[in-house]
Design a protein around this ligand. Structure first.
Ligand SMILES: O=C(O)c1ccccc1NCC(=O)[C@H](O)[C@H](O)COP(=O)(O)O
Length: 200
């Protein structure tokens, strides 16, 4: 089955529900986000869940992000420079590397694929916009660890699943309001992913 990351988790009860249904639990610890929580929240969440937790950060030094919590993965949600990509290779840590879904980032995408073995997240250039599905479709075929996020909802998830990504990333589409998850939407979206598998 296509793996699922539920992102933007900022309440313990949402983390517990997420851990029953998703493969990865994303926590945004960057103050730029309305879903921001302190990195310490990750360490608390880890006492309640049995799924890997991802620390999602936009800004900051890689070393600081790696060391600020007990997260199993670090998702750097920005385009890195070459020095940072080299730096990542020196850590014994799992990363999720964000690539904006625009043709102009194709060589960046290839650099990451060729240099690292980490999960890649193809996502919209700007938070809140829908990811470019045409670009994503091509890139998903080129590397087996590509996930897709950026505007997935209960109403459009089939468009994303049809690209056959390794994993999908959902946050705003499973919210009651910004930062609070809707448990019913979480469960229904997982059912859709399961149904999709049985169609194939
Ligand atoms: O959640 C945020 O507010 C956020 C802010 C800045 C960078 C990343 C952020 N979240 C990342 C995610 O929620 C997911 O990795 C992905 O973008 C899917 O999100 P959505 O389009 O809301 O489903």
């Amino acid at each position: 089955m296509i793996k699922i990351k539920f992102c933007g988790i900022s309440h313990i009860e949402d983390a517990i529900v997420a851990s029953n249904y998703a493969d990865l639990i994303g926590v945004v610890t960057d103050p730029v986000s309305p879903r921001f929580v302190k990195p310490e929240f990750i360490d608390i969440v880890k006492n309640f869940v049995n799924k890997p937790v991802v620390n999602v950060k936009v800004k900051g030094k890689i070393n600081d992000i790696v060391n600020e919590s007990k997260a199993d993965y670090v998702q750097i949600h920005r385009v890195l420079d070459m020095e940072e990509i080299e730096d990542i290779l020196s850590y014994n840590k799992k990363f999720i590397l964000y690539v904006p879904s625009s043709e102009k980032y194709y060589s960046y995408f290839k650099t990451i694929v060729n240099k690292t073995n980490h999960l890649i997240l193809i996502d919209s250039e700007k938070k809140g916009e829908k990811v470019n599905l045409e670009v994503s479709k091509i890139w998903i075929k080129e590397y087996d660890k590509v996930g897709i996020g950026g505007g997935i909802t209960l109403n459009n998830i089939e468009e994303f699943l049809s690209l056959n990504p390794y994993w999908i990333d959902i946050s705003s589409g499973i919210e009651k309001y910004k930062s609070k998850k809707d448990h019913d939407k979480m469960i229904r979206i997982v059912e859709k992913v399961k149904e999709w598998k049985s169609i194939l």
